[in-house]
Design a binder for this molecule. Structure first.
Ligand code: SF4
Length: 311
């Protein structure tokens, strides 16, 4: 089954949600005050070099508020924009499976009890090295009541680049986590970044070939964002590297869509960032225009998701 539309020749999350939940679904990004093993010294110090001070959760709720209050504060904003939507609470900032299983169970259940009639599930962003057998068993248990979506950061399949960005996680660890989650019937979303330091087109296409071989359900494409107060910003100032232009980004994403397996849902084509912290690339501020250009390029060239996919 595909979730293409007339204007978007690829599986869109909107179409998938309409069929799965019979509704539009809006994410509500919550902040659970988690940290990350790549920051606190368990596997690394300082975190991934591009990570923002808010743990790549710049649009999540206010940590000073309870989950209940964060949820309703953000819901109020969404309701002004969209009518007749259901909601997906989303634990976004840092690594949201990085705690004891009993604490996680309490947190996940608390969130799912806030607005049970209007929420369709719980999305949880985390790292592959924060997934183990006990966590998977917990997620499986919750998934039997409400959909659980796990969002894993891979960013690149090139382990040399992974070292440069201080990812502190091997591809093997990522593959193991994906397989464990898949066996437990958990919906898996993978985040990738285009334009990482010194990567070329072949590297970025290889990341898609790598993912095509894994049982993932969905992907989020991001352009690398250089944000103030990050390690990457310091490195970029000292040793500038090539930043993708808007045209280069559109070209690479279109090529990636063409080789992407045709059952994978595309949840995002471009990163969001806080305008205040963004240093480069400035064209990413025009997110909707970039998305439109990607759609137009695909349509005008009769291209679609998976057209050049090879097993
Ligand atoms: S894994 Fe995520 S939260 Fe942790 S340092 Fe990297 S980007 Fe930041």
């Amino acid at each position: 089954m595909t979730y293409f539309t007339k204007d978007k020749p690829y599986n869109t999350l909107n179409e998938y949600n309409k069929i799965r939940y019979n509704s539009k679904v809006s994410k509500i990004a919550l902040n659970g005050g988690f940290t990350c093993p790549n920051k606190d010294g368990k596997v690394g110090i300082g975190g991934c070099t591009y990570c923002s001070r808010l743990g790549s959760g710049d649009f999540a709720g206010d940590i000073k508020l309870s989950f209940h209050d964060q949820y309703y504060q953000i819901k109020q904003i969404i309701d002004k924009k969209w009518k007749n939507t259901k909601y997906m609470p989303y634990l976004q900032a840092n690594s949201n499976t990085y705690d004891k299983v009993e604490n996680l169970e309490k947190i996940y259940n608390e969130i799912l009890e806030i607005d049970p009639n209007n929420t369709v599930g719980l999305a949880i962003a985390t790292r592959a090295d924060c997934i183990d057998k006990d966590i998977v068993n917990l997620l499986k248990k919750i998934n039997e009541k409400k959909d659980v979506i796990i969002e894993l950061g891979l960013q690149t399949s090139n382990e040399k680049t992974a070292n440069i960005i201080n990812r502190c996680m091997t591809n093997k660890c990522f593959i193991d986590a994906v397989n464990m989650l898949h066996e437990a019937n958990i919906f898996i979303v993978v985040h990738i970044i285009n334009g990482l330091p010194y990567e070329n087109e072949e590297d970025m296409l290889n990341t898609i070939h790598f993912l095509n071989k894994l049982p993932i359900n969905s992907i989020k494409f991001h352009s690398l964002l250089i944000l103030k107060n990050t390690k990457m910003y310091e490195q970029y100032i000292k040793n500038p590297f090539h930043i993708l232009t808007e045209d280069e980004y559109i070209d690479i994403v279109c090529k990636q869509i063409c080789i992407l397996r045709d059952d994978i849902i595309i949840e995002r084509l471009q990163a969001d960032s806080s305008f205040l912290d963004l240093v480069e690339p400035l064209w990413t501020r025009r997110k909707l225009a970039v998305m439109d250009k990607i759609d137009m390029y695909l349509r005008n060239n009769n291209l679609y998701q998976g057209i050049y996919y090879k097993k």
